[in-house]
Ligand binder design. Structure first.
Ligand code: ADP
Length: 287
């Protein structure tokens, strides 16, 4: 049985969550047709860093996330988490509560309340009694934007932004070493997205988890992250690692600063080069 999680107020804010992706390759083989999704993909993510991953559609971002989450195998290479082997060719993929994923389409149980959703993992894995889990859940909700006020609401009574916040807390209650976010705000309008960015940064400042965040939105990537990683077109590898040396806490003035615009320009150039290659390849493949 996994060790019981520590109380919310003692949740690990020390620097765990150092991720090392070494020469990862992924070949899918649907019906004998090789799809080379990742190649020589190497990435060091220091513990507690916020990494945003951008790149053209189909470049292998979700493939990499699935490997990190333990949802899929890799073909070659290795992944280490805090120097422990997490994924390798001869190792079966294993999801774990130390790496939790939040998806863009959401995955709250509609028939459960916010609190029941947040504590679901703890209860189902028998990591603590239901009453202990509820206490912990209420504590986490209260500490994060006073969300204890919606503990008894059902997901369909909440805005999509609020649902996404609850999902992030449901991930966080496991005290993971890494939060894996796959375009969590993609379907949102600009105003809701802006609000969500602030909530996510508040959570990040509070708990200092390593965050691996996939997005198409370059402004979002730069506004949130310590490092923006631009991937090449398929087979995906790392094209550019952009250190975002903008001070924290960040606010709306951040995105109007000259330095923000310079960083954005570098990212735009790199992504466009790759998108152009992907487009040209598509044209060739269709010809
Ligand atoms: P991204 O997240 O960057 O849009 P993906 O990781 O989803 O890219 O996909 C990378 C490539 O691998 C794409 O060409 C996609 O079609 C292919 N791919 C993804 N999953 C599978 C799968 N299960 N079987 C075959 N090909 C896949």
């Amino acid at each position: 049985m996994p060790a019981p999680p520590v109380p919310v107020e003692q949740m690990d804010t020390t620097r765990l969550g150092y991720l090392s992706v070494r020469n990862v390759e992924k070949v899918y083989d649907p019906g004998g047709v090789n799809v080379h999704a990742l190649e020589k993909c190497s990435l060091e993510i220091p513990a507690g860093d916020f990494i945003a991953v951008v790149g053209p559609s189909g470049c292998g971002k979700s493939t990499l996330l699935n490997i990190l989450a333990g949802f899929d195998t890799l073909t070659r290479g290795e992944v280490f988490l805090d120097n422990e082997l997490l994924a390798a060719t001869d190792k079966s993929p294993t999801p774990g509560s130390d790496r939790v994923v939040v998806f863009q389409n959401g995955a709250l149980f509609p028939w459960k309340t916010v609190l029941q959703n947040v504590v679901y993992g703890l209860v189902v894995q028998n990591r603590m009694s239901e009453s202990e889990a509820n206490e912990r859940g209420m504590d986490l909700l209260a500490r994060t934007g006073n969300l204890d006020r919606i503990a008894q609401a059902f997901p369909n009574q909440l805005s999509s932004g609020m649902q996404r916040r609850v999902e992030i807390l449901r991930a966080l209650i496991n005290n993971p070493r890494i939060l894996l976010l796959d375009e969590p705000f993609r379907a949102m309008d600009t105003v809701s997205k802006t609000t969500m960015h602030q909530h996510l940064l508040d959570i990040y400042d509070q708990y200092h988890k390593t965050v691996f965040f996939i997005t198409h939105d370059l402004e979002e990537a730069i506004f949130l992250a310590d490092t923006v990683v631009v991937m090449t077109t398929r087979p995906g590898t790392i094209k550019l690692r952009l250190e975002v040396d903008l001070p924290r806490p960040r606010n709306r003035d951040t995105i109007t600063s000259q330095h923000f615009l310079e960083l954005k320009q570098q990212a735009v150039t790199a992504v466009h080069e790759e998108a152009k290659k992907a487009f040209e390849r598509g044209e060739r493949e269709l010809a």
